[in-house]
Write a protein that binds this ligand. Structure first.
Ligand code: GAL
Length: 361
């Protein structure tokens, strides 16, 4: 038999195998460590639903947004409450990119652009979930060739590990059978008050970045790498989020309606401290460590209070922040940005650590 016929048959078998895959049951799993810190996950979107950490008054606070039922996660999927987003987290201009001379068109789900892997992205899928130890959960999924417009059958694995030092590791791996692009990140919303009753504007934030990627009004990077110096985006010195968030005379703040930008991390791809946040009223400090080149800090500017979370907690304007470690937005269309390309034989790897303490900085 001719080689291309064998390849054709094998692809057909692969497609049939994919379409016969049974959707796993939606479940929740909790892991904990010896300090009383615990984390809960659901395989709907491989998402984190609860993260309970110690506060300075001796109580424990749930510092991520969540809901009481799985149905509520389905209903609010476009808020991206806690899932793994991808295949390309963040935006791709007009949902279009060229890879190895071929043009690809992705689902458009944010104005004229592609956001967080599209309307049927990884955050909407039911993943395989397995508790592999008391402190570790493994999520895996096969994203078929053509899903949301992306090339290649991509196998993705995400490990959530709760460490003894009160940190949560998120380790990502992916392989592909054809050249593709990838940018996976966690879209947890944090509120270190432990409730959305209080705005995250009071949090003190530090970001280890001297530069950011300016965008157009649709939040697509222009390609420029600009200095944060002298702008409301300069968080090299710890500053309350609310202090400069409404300085709309600075165009990037006006475009985003607050903070919703990609910071170019000083340490590029070295695993290092990207940012830290502190809430004075609870004493909770969260550090974000990562090997990714960018950090998207979103200050909840689109939140309108219509979404109701766990125990009736109203998800109001700026009551949750996302600190998404990732490649830069629209990198597939900017050869000067770090490459998001994954080829057969390569392994995409990404490690991010959210670390909790009561040691104010
Ligand atoms: C963020 C993004 C925001 C918004 C949000 C979801 O990651 O930066 O612009 O789309 O997700 O509401």
């Amino acid at each position: 038999m001719k080689p291309f016929k064998i390849i054709g048959m094998l692809s057909l078998v692969a497609v049939i195998a994919l379409s016969c895959q049974r959707t796993p049951k939606v479940e929740m799993i909790t892991i904990s460590n010896h300090n009383g810190m615990s984390a809960t996950f659901t395989n709907y979107g491989a998402r984190i639903t609860s993260l309970i950490v110690p506060a300075s008054d001796g109580t424990f606070k749930d510092v991520v947004w969540g809901y009481d039922t799985v149905e509520e996660y389905y209903a609010s999927s476009d808020l991206y409450c806690g899932p793994i987003v991808g295949r390309y987290g963040n935006r791709i201009g007009k949902g279009r990119f060229v890879l190895e001379g071929k043009e690809y068109f992705l689902t458009i789900n944010d104005g004229e652009n592609h956001l967080h892997g599209g309307s049927g992205g990884l955050s909407t899928k039911v993943w395989n979930m397995e508790k592999i130890s008391d402190r570790e959960v493994k999520m895996s999924i096969l994203s078929p060739d053509g899903e949301e417009g992306y090339p290649g059958n991509v196998e993705i694995t995400v490990y959530y590990t709760l460490n003894y030092d009160n940190s949560l590791d998120i380790k990502y791996e992916a392989v592909t059978d054809a050249p593709t692009i990838i940018n996976l990140t966690s879209h947890a919303y944090f509120n270190l008050h432990g409730t959305s009753k209080y705005s995250t504007n009071s949090h003190i934030l530090r970001i280890n970045a001297a530069h950011f990627t300016p965008t157009d009004e649709g939040l697509i990077p222009t390609g420029e790498i600009a200095s944060v110096g002298g702008t409301p985006l300069d968080f090299r010195v710890p500053t309350a989020i609310g202090e400069r968030i409404d300085e709309v005379s600075f165009e990037p703040i006006a475009f985003a309606g607050g903070y919703d930008h990609n910071w170019v991390l000083d340490k590029e791809r070295e695993f290092s401290l990207a940012a830290e946040v502190f809430e004075p009223s609870t004493g909770i400090v969260m550090q974000v460590w990562s090997d990714q080149p960018g950090l998207q800090f979103y200050s909840g500017n689109f939140m309108d209070g219509k979404d109701i979370g766990r125990g009736g907690d109203i998800h109001g304007y700026r009551t949750g922040i996302a600190l998404e470690t990732q490649n830069y937005p629209d990198a597939p269309n900017h050869p000067d940005f770090p490459s998001p390309v994954l080829r057969p034989g390569e392994v995409y790897k990404h490690l991010t650590r959210y670390s909790f303490s009561l040691n104010a900085f």
